[in-house]
Design a protein around this ligand. Sequence first.
Ligand SMILES: [Zn+2]
Length: 336
Amino acid sequence: MKLPKRRRNYLRYALVGVLVVLSLFTLGLALAGDTNRYNIGEEPISFCQSIKDEPLEISLIGGADTFVFVGQNYTDAGVEADDGCEHINISVDGSVDTNTVGNYTLVYKGATDSGKTGEISRLVRVINPRGTVYLTFDDGPSAYTAELLDVLAKYGVKATFFVTCGGDDSMILREYNEGHTVALHTCSHDYSYVYSSVANYFDDLYSVQNRVKSITGETVYLMRFPGGSSNMVSMNYDGGSHIMSTLVNEVGARGFTYFDWNISSGDAGNVFSADAVFENVVYALKDGGSSVVLQHDVKDFSVAAVERIIVFGLNNGYTFAKLDANSFTAHHGVNN
Ligand SMILES: [Zn+2]
């Protein structure tokens, strides 16, 4: 006699259940057997005595060669040592003067109560920062901005967002609340509109300024031209008036500060992968100077490169900062 369908399914699940329980039970016995093999017939102290003749090994937590910027606090990551059940005293010879550039060696010495010793050292270099990196993101906010803000927060890095009238207000508010610079790019990002007349340009710029003010309460005067101050796309729309030559002066006259960039990630051009964005940025970092990096947080692959760029920069002695009215502007030459 055939069982009803529902009944058969129930039996199959029950059978699978029994098999799973049996396998877990077998696995449990095997693990217990393994553990018992070391301790059968012995007191725990015997286990400790069995490794007593081996040298005391100390290992560093963190790197053997590390650095701190002059004037910053140095926090040592410490060491690890394990000698079974013996108590270990660790002492450190040396210190780091973070106010003086130089190389400092810390020697960690360990000793057990029974007299075994071991040591290991770490080089701490107190250095001047190699340069400042200003990460800037145009054309957002977008669906990828939240992920970007998470990465920046993870490393305590502040960046600059040149925003438009697109995307969610909540993302601009988050940028602002998390201490980044919210700056102006363009409301429409429509070249044919903004570069067809000076009046249109400022109509568009004041629109995005008003948007930011409605969200953050701040009237922002930091900005970046669509296409940068060196753009020639404006020649297609300005009727031969050389509008960029007028605008770079006129924004200044109205109290704005404009920024260009001196490192392009290429993410708005012929680059379509996080690997290429990463390479374009890190190979171009200005050793001993300021790097203003152009990226777009409307590009998922560009956002995906940011964590690697930050890690590379921090590991190589760069600091990250947001733009303000006194920052390096990275101005291009005007071509129209
Ligand atoms: Zn743009």
